[in-house]
Design a protein around this ligand. Structure first.
Ligand SMILES: *[C@@H]1O[C@H](CO)[C@@H](O)[C@H](O)[C@H]1NC(C)=O
Ligand SMILES: *[C@@H]1O[C@H](CO)[C@@H](O)[C@H](O)[C@H]1NC(C)=O
Ligand SMILES: *[C@@H]1O[C@H](CO)[C@@H](O)[C@H](O)[C@H]1NC(C)=O
Ligand SMILES: *[C@@H]1O[C@H](CO)[C@@H](O)[C@H](O)[C@H]1NC(C)=O
Length: 372
């Protein structure tokens, strides 16, 4: 068999080689061989050779594809696969980024249901919450944070009662915020690096304190507890704000102002403090702050005092580091309303002084503790 094959191959080589068919495309060769099949003995021999050559060509092509092209193809496929992962998968690919666990920050790669994070799919996101009390500078603080292009703080999400009827609703609301699906006026683009909200302690945060603290701990939410040390100054701010709500000094009620002139108008109202309940009120505020400090110390916690923030703006750099963003200079358009010594802000200052000087709240009366 081998011999015969060799013989026919040499015998027909003369005939086969000069044939123009050799340079014709595969389709033409197929047609020619099928034609030859119906021919005589020589053409049958030729057809056998052609079939042999054809099979050899096919085998050669197959081997070439297998051994030479395979690497290229594999490379191509893995390249496409990686690109695909970048767009649509989070953990397996994204979690290979450097870990910042040394700072205690937990990285998240949320996949919003309402939009795609695009190029920032693998940009880790940190969760935070600002816990505070009304009139403690949290509005001003939040506008400062939102001045950062990568921080997204959604405001007082829980000021709406239906969102805090029970912990299930609270938890669902928080999930939506941290999944980057909450929408508010502070909405940033898909490259948010720190997402959070401002939450007043009396808006369910303390009512469900155990569950809330556990949620923050479990989900790696960083807690900024913003406390105003001087509860007496805070009380003046509350009374001023309440008065303005009832009889708006500038025509329409405002909680925050953006010019010195407006601030002076609002500060012109001097409240008379109720001496009978003053000490008890200050004690209550003091207790709530302590309670919050203890409740949330199972979380990654940063306590920020409003007074420190006013006096040392560089403190904002540390806060930004705590939130996992690149620190930068932050600005707010809000202007402080009540400035100057306390004696100029309270109508019955003498009585208030007498009343508190004998109590543990004496330190709140300090006259040098004010801002220009
Ligand atoms: C990153 O840190 C978290 C928490 O500290 C840890 O669970 C996780 O395995 C770390 N990931 C990597 C990729 O090191
Ligand atoms: C929580 O409140 C929501 C909304 O009012 C209600 O639909 C749900 O049944 C409540 N869940 C529990 C466990 O009470
Ligand atoms: C949390 O508060 C408790 C009670 O005041 C205290 O003993 C504990 O050291 C605190 N833990 C941390 C981590 O600060
Ligand atoms: C305030 O209290 C301190 C100590 O109780 C006392 O020495 C001081 O005279 C008091 N000041 C005034 C203005 O009453």
């Amino acid at each position: 068999m081998n011999e015969g094959l060799h013989k026919t191959a040499t015998a027909d080589s003369e005939m086969a080689l000069p044939s123009p068919i050799k340079h014709q495309p595969l389709l033409d060769m197929c047609i020619d061989t099928s034609k030859d099949l119906s021919g005589g003995k020589t053409s049958r021999k030729a057809s056998f050779i052609w079939r042999l050559l054809l099979s050899m060509l096919v085998v050669a092509c197959g081997l070439y594809m297998c051994f030479v092209k395979i690497n290229e193809r594999n490379f191509d496929r893995s390249f496409i696969f990686n690109n695909f992962q970048q767009v649509s998968t989070r953990h397996p690919f994204c979690s290979t980024l450097p870990n910042s666990s040394s700072t205690g920050l937990t990285q998240h790669f949320p996949r919003p249901r309402t939009y795609q994070r695009g190029d920032c799919t693998c940009t880790p996101v940190h969760y935070f919450v600002i816990l505070s009390m009304q009139r403690s500078g949290s509005g001003w603080f939040e506008t400062l944070l939102n001045n950062h292009p990568n921080i997204n703080s959604h405001g007082e999400v829980f000021s709406v009662k239906t969102r805090r009827q029970n912990f299930t609703v609270i938890s669902d609301t928080l999930d939506t915020v941290y999944n980057l699906d909450w929408s508010s006026s502070s909405n940033k683009n898909e490259c948010t690096v720190a997402v959070g909200l401002k939450w007043m302690l009396n808006q369910g945060a303390m009512e469900y304190r155990k569950e809330v603290a556990e949620y923050f701990r479990r989900r790696g939410v960083s807690v900024v507890l913003l406390i105003r040390r001087n509860a007496l100054r805070r009380l003046i701010s509350i009374l001023g704000n309440t008065f303005d709500r009832e009889k708006p000094i500038t025509g329409t009620h405002v909680s925050h102002v953006h010019s010195k002139a407006e601030a002076e108008k609002l500060a012109a109202f001097k409240p008379t403090l109720d001496l009978k309940h003053l000490a008890a009120h200050l004690k209550t505020i003091h207790d709530i702050n302590n309670d919050a400090l203890q409740t949330f110390n199972i979380t990654r916690l940063l306590v920020v005092y409003y007074e420190d923030l006013i006096k040392k703006p560089q403190r904002l750099m540390k806060i930004q580091e705590f939130l996992g963003v690149h620190p930068r200079k932050l600005e707010s358009r809000q202007v402080k309303i009540h400035v100057g010594p306390l004696s100029g802000l309270i109508a019955n200052w003498r009585e208030v002084y007498q009343e508190l000087n004998a109590t543990e709240f004496r330190s709140l009366l300090r006259q040098d503790d004010y801002y220009e």
